[in-house]
Design a protein around this ligand. Structure first.
Ligand SMILES: [Zn+2]
Length: 259
């Protein structure tokens, strides 16, 4: 009926305007209960960009893949107008948004990872499945961010503030705490099912493994293992031999079941 609330202030000063926001899928994890899974109104002082509103609502930009304003894809610097309807979609939604998104120029689905210092077990499992995964127990936030930028790696972390850094463009907050659940969560989130290359990377150091002839590794494994297995994989860096033992078989069966 009236816009009187916006005309009380003198001209030239910033004016509060109301916008409607709707966040999709796991972006709701960052919202308070009353705002989850539904459209809500929020006023901001204008002029304001999409980036500023999303940040101030507590959503890490690194988890955002596509923004629609009144159903048109926009970039983060898009300036909002009164009564705009803003739909925000997460990174790594199963639907392919690469053709329509304007948030980033390159496709997000890449399988290079860098993990924070709390995710050592997850790092081993990802490497076991063949994913290029950087991890060190003494890695710090600055190093994680710089290697992610330089090598276009996706950051996996249990540390929300890390993802809110402006430097982070590809990041994901791992919700699960248990290591097997973390692996399943990451596989599902990034739709990695078709990309398993088990036993191509060293679980300890991420180096590419070499298929080893049985007689070459005879003196590196114990007799029982040598007798029971025929396929061996060797890491030059660690001077270690790997084989598809019971732990791997259980894990593989567990993952297959979920696919
Ligand atoms: Zn190694």
């Amino acid at each position: 009926m009236t816009r009187s609330e916006t005309t009380k202030k003198p001209a030239g000063k910033s004016i509060k305007k109301e916008f409607t926001f709707r966040f999709y899928a796991e972006l709701n994890d960052f919202l308070p209960p009353r705002r989850k899974q539904k459209a809500f109104l929020q006023s901001f002082k204008t002029p304001i960009t999409v980036r500023e509103t999303i940040e101030s609502l507590g959503i890490p930009l690194s988890e955002v893949d596509m923004i629609l304003v009144n159903e048109t894809s926009v970039d983060l610097e898009h300036k909002l107008k009164e009564s705009d309807y803003i739909s925000v979609f997460p990174v790594f939604e199963s639907m392919d948004v690469s053709a329509t998104t304007k948030v980033r120029k390159t496709a997000l689905r890449t399988t290079l990872f860098v993990l924070d210092a709390h995710l050592g077990k997850l790092a081993k499992y990802l490497r076991m499945l063949g994913f290029d995964t950087l991890y060190r127990s003494d890695i710090d936030d600055n190093e994680i961010i710089s290697v992610a930028r330089k090598e276009k790696r996706i950051i996996l972390t249990r540390d929300k503030p890390l993802l809110k850094s402006k430097e982070v463009s590809h990041g994901y907050f791992v919700r699960s705490i248990e290591k097997h659940e973390q692996l399943i969560e990451v596989i599902k989130k990034f739709d990695l099912y078709s990309q398993f290359k088990s036993f191509t990377r060293c679980m300890m150091c991420n180096t590419i493994l070499i298929n080893a002839d049985k007689d070459e590794i005879q003196n590196k494994v114990d007799k029982d293992i040598f007798r029971r297995f025929n396929e061996f994989f060797y890491c030059k860096h660690c001077d270690k031999v790997f084989w598809k033992g019971s732990h791997f078989m259980r894990m593989e069966a567990y993952i297959r079941e979920l696919v």
